[in-house]
Design a binder for this molecule. Structure first.
Ligand code: GDP
Length: 463
């Protein structure tokens, strides 16, 4: 069974969440070697998926002196980018193992993780840092409790983003947001909490999506059912590469074959776009398939736009490459220009040319997907990031306003991955016009990479 560990400070509401997730089911205490009664296990279902929740209890035990340090850290909240002087932060991370109880470490080792907070104190930052450094393959979701009242604005608060995970507002008491939490937590997660990256194969009808899937996995596929709660309009297939990496392929073509062929024309088109949108939402990487001989259409563009909006990595697949006669270097350039021009919104996405029916270059889709998935999960070191930003500003400073004011960047940090999200702390965000923001994004890409993934730049004024 997939396991989900709830980790957080005492009194954030872990037990309430545990009870909410386990529902009426009685919590059980598992007698496994090395498992003590400190970890409470509860079995439950979400749709047709059974899972196990682990309540880690009091995760942190602070000795008196450690508590003192934590107080100190909490008090110095005006210094440094997230309120913690960097030196102290490094030191605090080094102390981590003694602060996180062994029980909690063991729970995290074997499970997907809900990092549970209800505000932000130094201890939360420490736990988040520890998780981020040691568990990059895990599904980790940051849930912010006590959000039963519409305090959505709070979720935008930089404080939560600074933990390095995108915050999900929930209420353990009323159950608000807990369904979404389970959807996110359990989708594609293996028993040990590691997750399998999902590649959605989307594109217009007849571009060759099914043929690509067949070329990749053949006929003997393991069909894994889609997450319950979502419409059954895609078939998920698990797939292992030669070097042992697992992927889940979300195939939006398969169902159409069997289901609604009745509706014609625009209705079918609209339906297939909607289906593509839902597949994109559940994916990590999108393989957007287009046809070599056909034009890029409005529909392709809509899908491209959605990929960018949802922050998913993308590989553009130009299929039926065999139908292009007399190919040479020029034809590739020609097609590339055409695709780039029409799908400008995905100008960061690599293009793979392949022929599904001839089986040629189809494997390149997977190697490209693997690469862009890594890029989407990449963290850039703070010093490198700030160096890139400094150089970009030196090369081209922000424009001066009529009143003689000019934007200043104090500090930049990468707040999140999937997709990489950077926060610029500036004197006044209004002093950075759209053109300058685009320039900065371009610079970040040219100096620090991130091919195949959208990146986000957030500009925050600091008074
Ligand atoms: P889907 O609707 O996107 O799933 O498209 P299909 O995989 O069903 O393919 C539609 C048609 O295009 C079928 O007749 C395929 O045989 C054909 N097709 C798919 N890939 C290729 C290709 O690489 N080259 C050629 N020549 N035909 C292809």
């Amino acid at each position: 069974l997939p396991r989900v560990a709830i980790i957080g400070r005492p009194n954030v509401g872990k037990s309430a969440l545990f009870n909410r997730l386990v529902g009426g089911n009685r919590a059980i205490v598992v007698d496994e070697p090395g498992v003590t009664r400190d970890r409470l296990y509860g079995r439950s279902y979400w749709g047709d998926r059974e899972f196990m929740v682990i309540d880690t209890g009091g995760v942190i035990t602070l000795s008196k002196s450690q508590a003192g340090v934590m107080e100190e850290l909490a008090i110095t909240t005006t210094v440094g980018m997230d309120g913690i002087p960097l030196a102290s932060r490094e030191a605090a991370i080094a102390r981590m193992p003694s602060m996180i109880e062994k029980q909690a470490v063991a729970a995290v080792d074997e499970a997907a993780v809900i990092l549970f907070i209800d505000g932000l104190v130094a201890a939360d930052i420490e736990i988040a840092d520890w998780l981020r450094r040691n568990y990059s393959d895990k599904r980790i979701i940051l849930a912010v409790n006590k959000c039963e009242s519409p305090r959505k604005g709070q979720m935008q608060a930089l404080d939560f983003w600074s933990l390095g995970f995108s915050p999900l507002p929930i209420s353990a008491i009323t159950g608000t947001g807990t369904g979404e939490l389970l959807d996110m937590e359990l989708d594609g997660v293996e028993e040990d909490g590691n997750y399998i990256p999902a590649i959605a194969i989307v594109g217009r009808p007849n571009v060759g999506k099914s043929s690509i899937l067949n070329a990749l996995v053949g006929e003997d596929r393991t069909i894994v059912s889609p997450v319950s709660g979502t419409t059954r309009d895609a078939i998920d297939t698990e797939f292992t590469t030669e070097d042992g990496q697992k992927y889940k392929l979300i195939d939006t073509a398969g169902i159409r074959r069997r289901a609604a062929v009745a509706s014609a024309g625009s209705t079918t088109e609209t339906l297939s776009v909607k289906r593509a949108f839902r597949a994109i939402r559940r994916s990590d990487v999108v393989a957007l398939v287009v046809e070599a001989m056909a034009c890029i259409t409005e529909q392709d563009y809509k899908i491209a736009e959605r990929i960018e909006k949802e922050g998913k990595a993308c590989v553009i697949v130009v299929n039926k490459w065999d139908t292009i006669p007399n190919k040479n270097h020029q034809s590739t350039t020609y097609y590339e220009q055409d695709v780039r021009e029409k799908l400008r919104i995905l100008d960061w996405a690599p293009i793979v040319y392949c022929s599904a029916t001839h089986g040629s270059s189809v494997d390149k889709i997977i190697s490209a997907a693997a690469l862009v998935e890594k890029e989407r999960s990449r963290r850039l070191g703070t010093s490198i990031l700030n160096q890139v930003v400094r150089e970009a500003i030196a090369f081209k400073p922000p424009p001066r306003t009529r009143g003689g004011k000019r934007g200043r960047v104090y500090y930049t940090t990468q707040a999140a991955i999937r997709p990489p999200t950077f926060v610029f702390f500036v004197n006044d965000a209004k002093l950075f016009p759209e053109t300058y923001r685009r320039y900065m994004e371009k610079k970040l890409r040219s100096d620090a990479g991130f091919p195949g993934t959208p990146i986000r730049l957030l500009w925050r004024s600091r008074k």
